[in-house]
Each structure stands twice: as C-alpha cells, then as structure tokens.
Design a protein around this ligand. Structure first.
Ligand code: HAM
Length: 420
C-alpha cells in the first residue's frame, strides 16, 4: 500500500520536541500572568468575513493565503490565518469590556496560511498571541513591547533586534498614502505587476514587496514618520521615551508597515539574525479602530504574536528535549516479572516515571533499554533477590547503590524520590 504522508508545509511536533513546546508555553503563561494577562482559547475556524474585514481584503493573507471552504450549508469558513481577529470577535461576543475597562488576553495555537513552504515558513504554524484592550496610552505600547522582550529573554533568546515604527491614524495615513502614490507614479512601469496593482488598491503594501527592483524604487520613497499628525507624533515620542525608561533598545524602521491592514500608530517587529531569510520572530502593533470596525464599541487595542516554530529555531540547544525516566526495573524470570509489573504501575501512580520490559530479556538487553530511556535509577532483581527479600537500587548518575527490603518496596522508593 502506498503510504499517506502529512500535507506539505504542515508538520508533526514529535515527542522529542514536545518538551520544548511545553517549556516555552509554561514560561509564556508565567510571564504573561505577571503582567495581568489571562488565557483565552478561540476556535481555529471562523466565518471568512471576520478575517476579510479585519486583516484587509487587499492584503496577501486575504488575497492569496487563506484556507477557505464552503461548509455543507454553503457558509464560507476559513481556518484562522492569525488570532487577533478571533480574539476580538470573542471579546465583543462575550461583552468582556463590561467586566473591566482593560482586558488583557493571550492565546496559543495553530494558524494556517497557504504560503510557499521554506525554512521557517509553514502552512500550519503556531503563534503565541497577546492582545490588550481598552488602553490607548503610550505606556501600554511600551508595556506590551517590554513584556515581549522579557518573554523572549526568559526563554533564552539572545540575538534580538526590536524595530518600531508608527503607521499613523485615519487622519494622517491617507495623506501619506497619497504621497506614496504620487512618488510611485513616475516609476510605475518599473514596478512588478503586484506593486503596479497595489498602487491602486493598497499603496502601503508596496513596502512589503520582496522583489529587488521594487525595493530600490521604494528606498527613496517618502517616510511615514514625516507625515504623522501631532497626536500620532506625540504618541510615538512617548512610546520611545517609555521604552527608554524600561531600558528596551530599539531601531526605528520607517519602512516597516506590517502585512495586515488593521494597524494604527505603533507597529513593531522582533528580528533575529539566527533565522535566515524568514527573520521575523514576532510582530505586532496598535489597532485602535478595529474593535468598532468588527461591530464592537470604540475600544483601542494593541498586541503581538510570536511565531512558535521560529522561536524554537532561535533557541540554543538545551537539555529540555532529553526524555528522562526516573527508574527502570530490570526483572529476570517470571516471579520477578510479576512483582515488577505491580511495582512499576504503583510507582507511576505516585508520579514517578517508571519503566520495565515485559519480554523477559537478558539483563544486558534490559540495561541497554534503561540506558536508552535515560533512566536515573535502575532496580535489578531475579529469583535470588526475591528469596533473600532484598534488592539493589542503583543511582546511574552518582554510580552508587543502596539495598532495599522487598517488603514495603514501593513506599521506600517513593520516599527516596520525595527526598530528592
Ligand atoms: P504576523 O506578523 O503576521 O502578525 O505574524 C506574527 C509572527 O508569526 C511572525 O513574526 C512569524 O514569527 C510567525 N509567522 C507568520 N507566518 C508564518 C509562517 N507561514 N510560518 C511560520 N511562522 C509564521 C500577526 O499575525 C498579528 N496577528 C500579530 C498581532 C497580534 N498584532 C496585534 N496583535
């Protein structure tokens, strides 16, 4: 039979990698809760309209990358390409603003984008996503960025570079858009077909173009920071000043527009030199008009998402992945096998990871297995030990052993682990 493989760009998270994922998630939960964020779990599927309206009809995500299908009742549904839209939908639907003026949420899970798979770019990938609603003050921008940097440092990411920009608001951005259109008009024919179209549909998206000839034209384009209104300009200076107060280093990148249309004012990205071409580790920004645009009240918002796979790719090689067993019980002969079976499961019930081999193999091959399972202790016994009612517990690291009585053996072992 021909084997069935996983879908291109969609990967398994293997048992040897799962501890790293769990470790990162536990750090995220710990760090975010210290900043007052609570977890929310939102569905992986939503009505297509939600993403079209929030991310923007003329973004690459909505135009080319969404997994959209018609349900059996003809409704158009989409596998979420990001989490912000779903979190806002839930925030509005459950009227969370009535519980508290400020709502801080985070969510962790898979996202889906039909991009061309390559190193660091997948069709199913995972994000750690954070959203803060109800505060339009620059302190919350700085707080969220500070928390992101602190989180990444807590999982031992070293080479970080934070880039920030301001994308203005609905008053000043259209002025900048017009300036970009005027600037590009002269060289329209030298732009790629996508950018030629973007001039008319969504001029700021030309900044996202990866094509070299477009990049060199865009290099001389007007800069959004020169077009900010007084309110946006003041907000941006204050964000910078609060970041300075928190000792967060940053670079200003006036060309960073982010790939989603909902941003206003502050936008930011974290890049890592160790990632190669797909070097964006995390990205986010403020989205002050989005909650009302999705049918909620006028509530400002700001957030970010970290790419889980890229975060793992940046991690220094650690011991986290190594599977460990607390104790391996090597039983020789049917009497020992019977006792071991009960003992192994008794220890597991007490939270000790215990293993044995049911095949009654030679001592040598059982010890090999103990080694493979990376066991901290081994207990070896056969008929002789049963007759003498005493067994040896070997500490594999310290390379010493102690003799235990076969009577109340589970209790004695549990006691040893408790005291470690
Ligand atoms: P984004 O920049 O589209 O923002 O994605 C955030 C992060 O997700 C990226 O920096 C990257 O690490 C990861 N990522 C994106 N696409 C892929 C892919 N195909 N394969 C692997 N990793 C990927 C957002 O999604 C916004 N919702 C962030 C946000 C939250 N803004 C405000 N709140």
């Amino acid at each position: 039979m021909e084997k069935i493989t996983a879908i291109k760009g969609i990967k398994d998270i293997l048992p040897e990698d799962a501890p790293t994922w769990n470790y990162i998630e536990s750090i995220a939960r710990q760090v975010f809760s210290a900043f007052g964020f609570r977890e929310i779990r939102v569905p992986i599927m939503e009505k297509t309209e939600l993403f079209k309206r929030s991310i923007g009809e003329t973004t690459d995500i909505v135009e080319k990358e969404m997994y959209t299908f018609r349900d059996r009742d003809e409704e158009l549904l989409t596998l979420r390409p990001e989490a912000t839209a779903s979190v806002i939908r839930a925030y509005i639907e459950h009227n969370m603003m009535s519980a508290d003026q400020i709502t801080k949420l985070f969510t962790i899970g898979p996202m889906f984008r039909r991009e061309r798979p390559q190193k660091g770019r997948f069709r199913q990938f995972h994000q750690i996503d954070v959203e803060l609603f109800g505060d339009d003050k620059p302190q919350s921008d700085a707080e969220v960025i500070f928390m992101l940097v602190h989180f990444l440092q807590s999982v031992a990411i070293e080479e970080l570079s934070l880039e920030i920009n301001s994308l203005g608001c609905k008053a000043c951005r259209p002025v900048f858009s017009r300036a970009i259109v005027d600037y590009l008009k002269g060289s329209e024919k030298d732009l790629c077909p996508d950018c030629q179209r973007r001039i008319h549909t969504n001029p700021l998206r030309v900044f996202d173009c990866k094509i070299e000839s477009c990049n060199s034209i865009i290099a001389g384009a007007p800069k959004i920071l020169d077009y900010l209104c007084t309110g946006c300009s003041e907000h941006f200076s204050q964000v910078k000043s609060f970041l300075d107060d928190l000792n967060v280093g940053y670079l200003i990148n006036p060309k960073m527009v982010r790939g989603l249309d909902y941003y206003t004012k502050t936008a930011f990205e974290i890049k890592s030199g160790s990632l190669g071409a797909q070097n964006s580790l995390a990205g986010g920004g403020r989205y002050d008009g989005l909650v009302s645009f999705l049918g909620g009240p006028e509530v400002p918002g700001i957030g970010f998402a970290v790419g889980f796979e890229r975060l793992i790719a940046c991690l220094p090689q650690t011991e986290i992945n190594k599977f460990k067993t607390d104790i391996f019980i090597a039983a020789l002969g049917s009497r020992a096998q019977k006792i071991s079976f009960g003992l192994t499961n008794e220890l597991r019930r007490a939270g000790i990871s215990a293993a044995m081999d049911y095949a009654d193999k030679s001592l040598k091959s059982q010890m090999k297995r103990a080694d493979k399972l990376n066991s901290s202790f081994t207990l070896i016994f056969g008929d002789k030990e049963i007759d003498e009612r005493r067994v040896e517990l070997r500490d594999m690291k310290a390379k010493n052993q102690q003799v235990l009585s076969l009577d109340n053996l589970p209790e004695a072992i549990i006691d040893i682990f408790r005291k470690r």
